[in-house]
Design a protein around this ligand. Sequence first.
Ligand SMILES: Cc1cc2nc3c(=O)[nH]c(=O)nc-3n(C[C@H](O)[C@H](O)[C@H](O)COP(=O)(O)O)c2cc1C
Ligand code: SF4
Length: 392
Amino acid sequence: MKKNLQRLDLIFKNEHDTDVILQRTLARNDDEVINDLISSGLKGRGGAGFPTGLKWKLAAESQDDEKYVICNADEGEPGTFKDREILSSVPHKVLSGMAVCAKIIGAKKGFIYLRSEYTFLKPQLLNVIEEFHNLLDSLKLNFRVEIFMGSGAYICGEESALFESMEGKRGEPRNKPPFPTDFGYKGKPTVINNVETLAHTYSIFKYGPDKFKDLGIQDSRGSKVFSVSGDTPIPGIYELEFGMSLQKFVDDFGDGDSKAVQVGGASGFCVPRKRFGKTVIGYQGKLRGTSLPTGGSMMIFNSSRSMYNVLHNYLDFFVEESCGQCTPCRVGTQQLLIGIQAVKKGEQSSSYLDKLLDLAEAMRVTAKCGLGQSVANSFSSIVENFREEMIY
Ligand SMILES: Cc1cc2nc3c(=O)[nH]c(=O)nc-3n(C[C@H](O)[C@H](O)[C@H](O)COP(=O)(O)O)c2cc1C
Ligand code: SF4
Protein backbone atom coordinates (compact mmCIF):
# COMPACT_ATOMS: atom_id res chain seq x y z
CA MET A 1 0.00 0.00 0.00
CA LYS A 2 1.35 3.43 -0.91
CA LYS A 3 2.06 5.69 2.04
CA ASN A 4 -0.25 8.65 1.40
CA LEU A 5 -3.35 6.78 0.30
CA GLN A 6 -6.25 8.14 2.36
CA ARG A 7 -8.67 5.24 2.24
CA LEU A 8 -12.11 5.88 3.75
CA ASP A 9 -14.40 3.25 5.21
CA LEU A 10 -17.84 4.85 5.39
CA ILE A 11 -19.25 2.18 3.11
CA PHE A 12 -17.13 -0.84 3.91
CA LYS A 13 -17.07 -0.50 7.70
CA ASN A 14 -19.04 -3.55 8.78
CA GLU A 15 -21.47 -2.13 11.30
CA HIS A 16 -23.71 -4.41 13.30
CA ASP A 17 -26.40 -1.94 14.27
CA THR A 18 -28.66 -2.17 11.21
CA ASP A 19 -31.68 -2.90 13.41
CA VAL A 20 -31.10 0.18 15.58
CA ILE A 21 -30.39 2.52 12.65
CA LEU A 22 -33.31 1.20 10.64
CA GLN A 23 -35.73 1.44 13.55
CA ARG A 24 -34.59 4.98 14.31
CA THR A 25 -34.83 6.10 10.66
CA LEU A 26 -38.21 4.49 10.00
CA ALA A 27 -39.59 6.26 13.09
CA ARG A 28 -38.57 9.66 11.72
CA ASN A 29 -40.74 12.00 9.71
CA ASP A 30 -40.41 11.19 5.97
CA ASP A 31 -39.82 14.81 4.97
CA GLU A 32 -36.98 15.11 7.47
CA VAL A 33 -35.25 12.03 6.09
CA ILE A 34 -35.62 13.31 2.52
CA ASN A 35 -34.32 16.72 3.57
CA ASP A 36 -31.27 15.04 5.12
CA LEU A 37 -30.59 13.24 1.85
CA ILE A 38 -31.00 16.47 -0.11
CA SER A 39 -28.79 18.48 2.21
CA SER A 40 -26.11 15.74 2.22
CA GLY A 41 -25.64 16.41 -1.50
CA LEU A 42 -25.74 12.68 -2.32
CA LYS A 43 -25.93 12.09 -6.07
CA GLY A 44 -26.53 8.78 -7.81
CA ARG A 45 -23.40 6.65 -8.12
CA GLY A 46 -24.61 4.75 -11.21
CA GLY A 47 -23.12 7.36 -13.53
CA ALA A 48 -25.78 10.00 -14.24
CA GLY A 49 -25.43 11.74 -10.86
CA PHE A 50 -29.09 12.58 -10.26
CA PRO A 51 -29.69 13.91 -6.70
CA THR A 52 -30.96 10.97 -4.63
CA GLY A 53 -33.12 12.92 -2.17
CA LEU A 54 -34.93 14.63 -5.03
CA LYS A 55 -35.55 11.30 -6.77
CA TRP A 56 -37.16 9.86 -3.62
CA LYS A 57 -39.18 13.04 -3.12
CA LEU A 58 -40.58 12.91 -6.65
CA ALA A 59 -41.63 9.28 -6.22
CA ALA A 60 -43.14 10.04 -2.80
CA GLU A 61 -45.26 12.82 -4.32
CA SER A 62 -46.87 10.50 -6.84
CA GLN A 63 -50.37 9.45 -5.79
CA ASP A 64 -50.26 5.92 -7.24
CA ASP A 65 -50.72 3.18 -4.65
CA GLU A 66 -48.48 0.70 -6.50
CA LYS A 67 -44.80 1.67 -6.45
CA TYR A 68 -41.43 -0.08 -6.58
CA VAL A 69 -37.87 0.28 -5.32
CA ILE A 70 -35.14 -1.23 -7.50
CA CYS A 71 -31.48 -1.64 -6.71
CA ASN A 72 -29.47 -1.54 -9.92
CA ALA A 73 -26.76 -4.18 -9.53
CA ASP A 74 -26.23 -4.77 -13.25
CA GLU A 75 -22.72 -3.30 -13.07
CA GLY A 76 -21.90 -3.71 -16.76
CA GLU A 77 -19.54 -0.79 -17.36
CA PRO A 78 -16.12 -2.14 -18.37
CA GLY A 79 -13.70 -1.74 -15.48
CA THR A 80 -16.36 -1.46 -12.78
CA PHE A 81 -16.51 -4.10 -10.04
CA LYS A 82 -17.30 -2.13 -6.89
CA ASP A 83 -21.02 -3.01 -6.58
CA ARG A 84 -20.11 -6.69 -6.42
CA GLU A 85 -17.91 -5.97 -3.41
CA ILE A 86 -20.51 -3.76 -1.70
CA LEU A 87 -23.17 -6.44 -2.11
CA SER A 88 -20.77 -9.11 -0.86
CA SER A 89 -19.55 -7.29 2.22
CA VAL A 90 -22.28 -4.86 3.37
CA PRO A 91 -25.58 -5.99 1.76
CA HIS A 92 -27.56 -4.98 4.88
CA LYS A 93 -26.69 -1.32 4.19
CA VAL A 94 -28.09 -1.58 0.66
CA LEU A 95 -31.24 -3.32 1.90
CA SER A 96 -31.70 -0.70 4.63
CA GLY A 97 -31.56 2.04 2.01
CA MET A 98 -34.19 0.20 -0.03
CA ALA A 99 -36.44 -0.28 3.02
CA VAL A 100 -36.32 3.37 4.07
CA CYS A 101 -37.01 4.42 0.49
CA ALA A 102 -39.96 1.98 0.37
CA LYS A 103 -41.46 3.41 3.54
CA ILE A 104 -41.08 6.99 2.31
CA ILE A 105 -42.51 6.49 -1.17
CA GLY A 106 -45.07 3.84 -0.16
CA ALA A 107 -43.67 0.78 -1.98
CA LYS A 108 -44.33 -2.77 -0.81
CA LYS A 109 -42.06 -4.50 -3.26
CA GLY A 110 -38.43 -4.12 -4.21
CA PHE A 111 -35.97 -5.90 -6.48
CA ILE A 112 -32.24 -6.28 -6.73
CA TYR A 113 -31.49 -6.49 -10.46
CA LEU A 114 -28.38 -8.64 -10.29
CA ARG A 115 -25.85 -8.90 -13.10
CA SER A 116 -25.97 -12.43 -14.52
CA GLU A 117 -22.23 -12.90 -14.00
CA TYR A 118 -22.88 -12.41 -10.26
CA THR A 119 -25.06 -15.52 -9.98
CA PHE A 120 -22.56 -16.81 -7.42
CA LEU A 121 -23.71 -14.01 -5.07
CA LYS A 122 -27.36 -15.05 -5.23
CA PRO A 123 -27.43 -17.74 -2.49
CA GLN A 124 -25.72 -15.56 0.11
CA LEU A 125 -27.88 -12.57 -0.83
CA LEU A 126 -31.04 -14.68 -0.48
CA ASN A 127 -29.96 -15.60 3.06
CA VAL A 128 -29.36 -11.98 3.96
CA ILE A 129 -32.72 -10.98 2.44
CA GLU A 130 -34.52 -13.66 4.46
CA GLU A 131 -32.98 -12.40 7.70
CA PHE A 132 -33.76 -8.85 6.65
CA HIS A 133 -37.41 -9.71 6.08
CA ASN A 134 -37.57 -10.95 9.70
CA LEU A 135 -36.17 -7.61 10.83
CA LEU A 136 -38.74 -5.74 8.72
CA ASP A 137 -41.52 -7.86 10.24
CA SER A 138 -40.33 -6.96 13.73
CA LEU A 139 -40.35 -3.29 12.71
CA LYS A 140 -43.80 -3.75 11.14
CA LEU A 141 -42.74 -2.58 7.69
CA ASN A 142 -44.64 -4.32 4.90
CA PHE A 143 -41.86 -4.53 2.29
CA ARG A 144 -40.36 -7.52 0.48
CA VAL A 145 -37.25 -7.74 -1.70
CA GLU A 146 -36.68 -10.21 -4.53
CA ILE A 147 -33.67 -10.83 -6.74
CA PHE A 148 -34.15 -10.51 -10.50
CA MET A 149 -31.30 -11.98 -12.54
CA GLY A 150 -30.07 -9.99 -15.54
CA SER A 151 -29.22 -11.83 -18.73
CA GLY A 152 -25.88 -10.32 -19.62
CA ALA A 153 -26.71 -7.25 -21.71
CA TYR A 154 -24.91 -3.98 -20.89
CA ILE A 155 -27.91 -1.95 -22.07
CA CYS A 156 -30.10 -3.55 -19.38
CA GLY A 157 -28.22 -1.44 -16.81
CA GLU A 158 -29.94 1.59 -18.36
CA GLU A 159 -32.95 2.06 -16.13
CA SER A 160 -35.77 1.96 -18.68
CA ALA A 161 -34.24 -1.00 -20.57
CA LEU A 162 -33.93 -2.69 -17.19
CA PHE A 163 -37.68 -2.25 -16.57
CA GLU A 164 -38.47 -3.60 -20.03
CA SER A 165 -36.34 -6.68 -19.39
CA MET A 166 -38.00 -7.23 -16.00
CA GLU A 167 -41.35 -7.10 -17.75
CA GLY A 168 -40.23 -9.94 -20.03
CA LYS A 169 -39.60 -7.78 -23.10
CA ARG A 170 -36.45 -7.05 -25.11
CA GLY A 171 -34.11 -4.89 -23.05
CA GLU A 172 -34.49 -1.68 -25.06
CA PRO A 173 -34.52 1.85 -23.62
CA ARG A 174 -37.79 3.76 -23.55
CA ASN A 175 -38.33 7.35 -24.61
CA LYS A 176 -37.87 9.76 -21.71
CA PRO A 177 -39.81 11.54 -20.30
CA PRO A 178 -41.73 10.07 -18.57
CA PHE A 179 -39.04 9.29 -16.01
CA PRO A 180 -39.07 6.27 -13.67
CA THR A 181 -40.45 8.20 -10.69
CA ASP A 182 -43.64 8.58 -12.77
CA PHE A 183 -43.47 5.60 -15.12
CA GLY A 184 -41.04 2.87 -14.11
CA TYR A 185 -41.42 -0.88 -13.62
CA LYS A 186 -44.84 -2.00 -14.93
CA GLY A 187 -45.52 1.66 -15.72
CA LYS A 188 -45.65 2.45 -11.99
CA PRO A 189 -43.67 5.06 -10.02
CA THR A 190 -40.28 3.52 -9.29
CA VAL A 191 -37.14 4.59 -7.52
CA ILE A 192 -34.13 2.96 -9.12
CA ASN A 193 -30.79 3.48 -7.46
CA ASN A 194 -27.33 2.11 -7.86
CA VAL A 195 -26.00 -0.30 -5.19
CA GLU A 196 -23.46 2.23 -3.92
CA THR A 197 -26.02 5.05 -3.76
CA LEU A 198 -28.23 2.95 -1.48
CA ALA A 199 -25.27 2.01 0.73
CA HIS A 200 -24.41 5.72 1.10
CA THR A 201 -27.95 6.50 2.28
CA TYR A 202 -27.30 4.18 5.23
CA SER A 203 -24.25 6.23 6.26
CA ILE A 204 -26.33 9.40 6.02
CA PHE A 205 -29.10 7.89 8.18
CA LYS A 206 -26.50 6.81 10.71
CA TYR A 207 -24.08 9.72 10.86
CA GLY A 208 -26.24 12.57 9.56
CA PRO A 209 -25.88 14.62 6.38
CA ASP A 210 -23.05 16.86 7.60
CA LYS A 211 -20.45 14.12 7.91
CA PHE A 212 -21.17 13.13 4.31
CA LYS A 213 -21.26 16.71 3.05
CA ASP A 214 -17.93 17.50 4.73
CA LEU A 215 -16.26 15.11 2.31
CA GLY A 216 -15.67 15.95 -1.35
CA ILE A 217 -16.05 19.22 -3.21
CA GLN A 218 -18.92 21.45 -4.27
CA ASP A 219 -21.43 19.49 -6.38
CA SER A 220 -19.55 16.24 -5.67
CA ARG A 221 -20.09 15.48 -2.01
CA GLY A 222 -19.14 12.46 0.00
CA SER A 223 -16.93 9.51 -0.69
CA LYS A 224 -16.83 7.43 -3.85
CA VAL A 225 -15.97 3.80 -4.36
CA PHE A 226 -13.52 3.33 -7.23
CA SER A 227 -12.63 0.19 -9.14
CA VAL A 228 -8.97 0.65 -10.06
CA SER A 229 -7.51 -1.48 -12.82
CA GLY A 230 -4.95 -1.52 -15.61
CA ASP A 231 -1.29 -0.62 -15.18
CA THR A 232 -1.24 -0.26 -11.43
CA PRO A 233 0.68 -2.21 -8.80
CA ILE A 234 -2.36 -2.04 -6.52
CA PRO A 235 -5.54 -2.86 -8.50
CA GLY A 236 -8.71 -3.17 -6.44
CA ILE A 237 -11.58 -1.35 -4.81
CA TYR A 238 -11.00 1.86 -2.89
CA GLU A 239 -13.31 4.26 -1.12
CA LEU A 240 -11.82 7.73 -1.54
CA GLU A 241 -12.89 11.32 -1.19
CA PHE A 242 -14.61 12.85 -4.21
CA GLY A 243 -12.81 15.75 -5.87
CA MET A 244 -9.31 14.26 -6.00
CA SER A 245 -7.07 15.51 -8.81
CA LEU A 246 -6.13 12.95 -11.42
CA GLN A 247 -2.48 13.76 -10.73
CA LYS A 248 -2.91 12.66 -7.13
CA PHE A 249 -4.79 9.58 -8.29
CA VAL A 250 -1.95 8.61 -10.62
CA ASP A 251 0.67 9.38 -7.97
CA ASP A 252 -1.13 7.00 -5.63
CA PHE A 253 -2.13 4.27 -8.05
CA GLY A 254 0.06 4.52 -11.15
CA ASP A 255 3.25 2.60 -11.83
CA GLY A 256 5.31 5.76 -12.48
CA ASP A 257 4.79 5.53 -16.24
CA SER A 258 1.07 6.36 -16.62
CA LYS A 259 0.29 7.91 -20.00
CA ALA A 260 -3.51 8.00 -19.74
CA VAL A 261 -6.40 7.30 -17.42
CA GLN A 262 -9.81 6.25 -18.67
CA VAL A 263 -12.23 7.83 -16.20
CA GLY A 264 -15.68 6.22 -16.19
CA GLY A 265 -15.13 3.10 -18.29
CA ALA A 266 -15.69 2.72 -22.01
CA SER A 267 -18.42 5.36 -21.88
CA GLY A 268 -16.16 7.80 -20.02
CA PHE A 269 -13.27 10.06 -21.00
CA CYS A 270 -9.62 9.30 -21.64
CA VAL A 271 -7.34 11.84 -19.99
CA PRO A 272 -3.73 12.13 -21.25
CA ARG A 273 -0.78 12.77 -18.94
CA LYS A 274 -0.59 16.49 -19.78
CA ARG A 275 -4.07 17.01 -18.30
CA PHE A 276 -3.68 14.98 -15.10
CA GLY A 277 -2.99 18.09 -13.00
CA LYS A 278 -5.93 20.01 -14.47
CA THR A 279 -8.55 17.31 -14.01
CA VAL A 280 -10.56 16.62 -10.91
CA ILE A 281 -12.70 13.54 -10.34
CA GLY A 282 -16.26 14.70 -9.78
CA TYR A 283 -19.58 15.47 -11.42
CA GLN A 284 -20.50 18.19 -13.93
CA GLY A 285 -17.62 17.26 -16.17
CA LYS A 286 -16.64 17.64 -19.77
CA LEU A 287 -13.13 16.88 -20.88
CA ARG A 288 -12.43 20.52 -21.60
CA GLY A 289 -13.66 21.50 -18.16
CA THR A 290 -11.92 20.59 -14.97
CA SER A 291 -14.00 17.79 -13.51
CA LEU A 292 -14.91 14.38 -14.83
CA PRO A 293 -17.56 12.07 -13.42
CA THR A 294 -17.21 8.32 -13.05
CA GLY A 295 -19.50 5.54 -11.95
CA GLY A 296 -16.34 4.06 -10.43
CA SER A 297 -14.24 2.66 -13.26
CA MET A 298 -10.66 4.01 -13.35
CA MET A 299 -8.37 2.31 -15.88
CA ILE A 300 -4.72 3.30 -15.98
CA PHE A 301 -2.62 2.83 -19.12
CA ASN A 302 1.16 3.08 -19.18
CA SER A 303 3.39 3.83 -22.14
CA SER A 304 3.52 0.17 -23.22
CA ARG A 305 -0.14 0.37 -24.25
CA SER A 306 -1.43 1.09 -27.73
CA MET A 307 -4.28 3.59 -27.44
CA TYR A 308 -5.46 2.39 -30.86
CA ASN A 309 -5.96 -1.05 -29.34
CA VAL A 310 -7.72 0.48 -26.35
CA LEU A 311 -10.15 2.37 -28.61
CA HIS A 312 -10.64 -0.67 -30.86
CA ASN A 313 -11.54 -2.67 -27.80
CA TYR A 314 -14.12 -0.10 -26.63
CA LEU A 315 -15.69 0.10 -30.09
CA ASP A 316 -15.90 -3.69 -30.29
CA PHE A 317 -17.78 -3.52 -27.01
CA PHE A 318 -20.20 -0.83 -28.22
CA VAL A 319 -20.88 -2.60 -31.51
CA GLU A 320 -21.67 -5.76 -29.57
CA GLU A 321 -23.78 -4.04 -26.89
CA SER A 322 -25.74 -1.50 -28.97
CA CYS A 323 -29.35 -2.68 -28.71
CA GLY A 324 -29.88 -1.71 -32.35
CA GLN A 325 -33.07 0.24 -31.75
CA CYS A 326 -31.87 3.56 -33.17
CA THR A 327 -29.88 4.14 -36.34
CA PRO A 328 -27.23 6.61 -35.09
CA CYS A 329 -25.96 4.09 -32.56
CA ARG A 330 -26.54 0.85 -34.48
CA VAL A 331 -24.81 2.12 -37.63
CA GLY A 332 -22.58 4.75 -36.01
CA THR A 333 -20.75 2.34 -33.69
CA GLN A 334 -19.96 0.05 -36.64
CA GLN A 335 -18.82 2.89 -38.88
CA LEU A 336 -16.50 4.24 -36.18
CA LEU A 337 -14.91 0.81 -35.80
CA ILE A 338 -14.57 0.23 -39.55
CA GLY A 339 -13.26 3.80 -39.89
CA ILE A 340 -10.41 3.54 -37.40
CA GLN A 341 -9.41 0.18 -38.86
CA ALA A 342 -9.23 1.75 -42.33
CA VAL A 343 -7.07 4.65 -41.12
CA LYS A 344 -4.76 2.33 -39.22
CA LYS A 345 -4.29 0.15 -42.32
CA GLY A 346 -3.60 3.19 -44.47
CA GLU A 347 -6.75 2.65 -46.56
CA GLN A 348 -8.00 6.07 -45.47
CA SER A 349 -5.96 9.22 -44.86
CA SER A 350 -5.56 10.67 -41.37
CA SER A 351 -8.06 13.46 -42.21
CA TYR A 352 -10.74 10.75 -42.25
CA LEU A 353 -10.41 10.80 -38.46
CA ASP A 354 -12.00 14.28 -38.51
CA LYS A 355 -15.05 12.87 -40.29
CA LEU A 356 -15.23 10.13 -37.68
CA LEU A 357 -15.01 12.73 -34.90
CA ASP A 358 -17.99 14.54 -36.52
CA LEU A 359 -19.89 11.27 -36.66
CA ALA A 360 -19.21 10.55 -32.98
CA GLU A 361 -20.37 14.05 -32.02
CA ALA A 362 -23.51 13.59 -34.17
CA MET A 363 -24.21 10.39 -32.22
CA ARG A 364 -23.95 12.35 -28.98
CA VAL A 365 -26.93 14.49 -30.00
CA THR A 366 -29.00 12.02 -32.01
CA ALA A 367 -28.72 8.63 -30.27
CA LYS A 368 -31.72 7.66 -28.20
CA CYS A 369 -30.04 6.70 -24.93
CA GLY A 370 -26.91 7.11 -22.87
CA LEU A 371 -25.11 4.22 -24.57
CA GLY A 372 -25.03 5.78 -28.03
CA GLN A 373 -24.71 9.31 -26.67
CA SER A 374 -21.60 8.48 -24.67
CA VAL A 375 -19.61 6.67 -27.39
CA ALA A 376 -18.16 10.08 -28.34
CA ASN A 377 -16.66 10.47 -24.86
CA SER A 378 -14.01 7.82 -25.26
CA PHE A 379 -13.84 8.10 -29.06
CA SER A 380 -13.17 11.85 -29.23
CA SER A 381 -10.90 12.00 -26.19
CA ILE A 382 -8.71 9.13 -27.43
CA VAL A 383 -8.56 10.26 -31.08
CA GLU A 384 -7.89 13.90 -30.18
CA ASN A 385 -5.20 13.13 -27.61
CA PHE A 386 -3.52 10.14 -29.25
CA ARG A 387 -4.03 10.92 -32.92
CA GLU A 388 -0.54 9.81 -33.88
CA GLU A 389 -1.30 6.31 -32.57
CA MET A 390 -4.39 6.01 -34.78
CA ILE A 391 -2.48 6.56 -38.02
CA TYR A 392 -0.83 4.03 -40.34
C1 LIG B 1 -25.90 1.97 -21.17
C2 LIG B 1 -26.12 2.27 -19.73
C3 LIG B 1 -25.77 1.32 -18.76
C4 LIG B 1 -25.99 1.58 -17.42
N1 LIG B 1 -25.62 0.63 -16.52
C5 LIG B 1 -25.80 0.87 -15.20
C6 LIG B 1 -25.42 -0.10 -14.24
O1 LIG B 1 -24.92 -1.18 -14.56
N2 LIG B 1 -25.64 0.19 -12.92
C7 LIG B 1 -26.21 1.38 -12.52
O2 LIG B 1 -26.41 1.59 -11.33
N3 LIG B 1 -26.57 2.31 -13.42
C8 LIG B 1 -26.39 2.08 -14.74
N4 LIG B 1 -26.79 3.02 -15.65
C9 LIG B 1 -27.46 4.24 -15.15
C10 LIG B 1 -28.95 3.96 -14.89
O3 LIG B 1 -29.68 4.21 -16.08
C11 LIG B 1 -29.53 4.87 -13.78
O4 LIG B 1 -29.18 6.20 -14.05
C12 LIG B 1 -29.04 4.50 -12.38
O5 LIG B 1 -29.29 3.14 -12.08
C13 LIG B 1 -29.77 5.37 -11.36
O6 LIG B 1 -29.25 5.15 -10.08
P1 LIG B 1 -28.46 6.29 -9.30
O7 LIG B 1 -29.31 7.53 -9.35
O8 LIG B 1 -28.32 5.75 -7.92
O9 LIG B 1 -27.15 6.46 -10.00
C14 LIG B 1 -26.58 2.80 -17.01
C15 LIG B 1 -26.92 3.75 -17.98
C16 LIG B 1 -26.68 3.50 -19.31
C17 LIG B 1 -27.04 4.54 -20.31
S1 SF4 C 1 -28.45 4.58 -28.40
FE1 SF4 C 1 -27.85 2.45 -28.89
S2 SF4 C 1 -28.36 1.30 -27.07
FE2 SF4 C 1 -29.46 3.26 -26.94
S3 SF4 C 1 -31.46 2.90 -27.89
FE3 SF4 C 1 -30.13 3.60 -29.52
S4 SF4 C 1 -29.33 1.66 -30.40
FE4 SF4 C 1 -30.15 1.15 -28.41
